[in-house]
Design a protein. Structure first.
Length: 351
């Protein structure tokens, strides 16, 4: 064999060796961040850790498909959603709904009973009243609030397990799933990512977050920032009050610092207390850590209504559930971290 042929042989063998090493040497998982997508009236983000790029992309696509499905079914802003159909016809007749919607309605009733009505998806008439008041810039009168309250109450909602139907017993009732649908969508998105092959994922829909499995960048935990309610910006280190380290939990935050109704320079929280007929007061933000996002979402809303004392007592009784509460006055101070109210087991999640 001449020199030229030997050189060619060495080149071929070297190339085969490189290919073999590429195939045989284990490589780290792929991490893909979807970035922010507008959905369910807020921004959603999915971060996936998977064995390869194709799998990661499929996980992200499947997760967003589930989020869109929930939105199509449960948004009260969509006239053709099942919830809108129930709101239009629920007093006239029993309305059949999908398994997903029925599941959320069932869970909603469970949370209403657990919280003595602090969580109640029938607050739609009161929500509508304050939205209308914002447009005309006139606060609702006591009479208007009383009339709306008469149409509110989970006890007035009839569910038929056999036929998967829902019916209103009072005319003018209206469902609002704003305090639970995002959490449900997060859980469904996580399920979809797992099924598609993710070894780790984080789904965030407007601050309702759940994660599982392998965290990105080789970290032991998923790091979730808790927003400082005393700041208005969503960006920057100064906006983070503290960081949570999660491995397979969900976290949800409710508060009046981002979503509110403004009537003549007075802010009313988007979270309505059905007993008073007006917005909740006393807590600037409520953060709940739980095993799944639907629990965290609903409980964050409920505790916002219940207040610090009753809300904290409830969370302390629930397994695998913790809370961080920030009083309304703390949001106005330069050091709100000193004003945190926490459940007894939450420190293990604080970085």
């Amino acid at each position: 064999m001449n020199v030229k042929n030997k050189q060619s042989l060495f080149i071929i063998l070297g190339a085969l060796l490189v290919i073999a090493l590429y195939i045989l040497i284990p490589r780290g998982p792929i991490e893909i961040d979807s970035g922010q997508h507008l959905v369910m009236g807020t921004f959603a983000r999915v971060v996936v850790v998977a064995a390869d790029r194709n799998t990661a992309n499929k996980c992200i696509n499947d997760a967003f498909t589930e989020i869109q499905k929930v939105n199509e079914l449960m948004s009260s802003y969509k006239s053709d959603s099942q919830i809108s159909l129930v709101n239009r016809n629920g007093f006239k007749r029993a309305v059949e709904v999908s398994d997903s919607v029925y599941e959320v309605l069932q869970r909603s009733i469970e949370f209403s009973k657990l919280t003595d009505g602090a969580f109640d998806i029938t607050v739609g008439p009161l929500v509508d009243l304050f939205r209308k008041a914002e447009k005309i810039e006139i606060a609702p009168s006591e009479e208007e609030i009383t009339q709306a309250k008469a149409k509110v109450g989970f006890e007035k909602l009839e569910l038929n397990d056999q036929n998967k139907t829902v019916r209103f017993t009072i005319e003018g009732m209206r469902l609002d799933l704003g305090g639970i649908a995002k959490g449900y969508a997060v859980d469904k998105a996580i399920e979809a990512a797992k099924k598609a092959g993710a070894v780790g994922a984080m789904v965030d829909i407007g601050g309702d977050i759940r994660c599982f499995g392998t965290a990105p960048h080789g970290k032991e935990s998923w790091i979730i920032g808790l927003q400082n309610p005393s700041t208005n910006s969503n960006v920057g280190e100064n906006n983070i009050l503290l960081e949570l380290k999660l491995t397979g939990q969900a976290v949800a935050t409710s508060g009046d610092y981002q979503q509110f109704v403004l009537i003549k320079d007075k802010c009313y929280s988007h979270i309505i207390n059905r007993l008073t007929g007006t917005s909740m007061e006393g807590l600037s933000s409520v953060t709940i850590i739980a095993d799944n996002a639907i629990d965290a979402d609903a409980l964050a809303t409920a505790v916002s209504v219940m207040g610090a004392e009753k809300g904290l007592a409830l969370i302390e009784k629930l397994p695998n559930t913790e809370a961080i509460l920030i009083p309304a006055f703390a949001g106005m101070t330069s050091q709100p971290k000193n004003e945190l109210i926490k459940t007894s087991g939450v420190d293990k999640y604080i970085k």
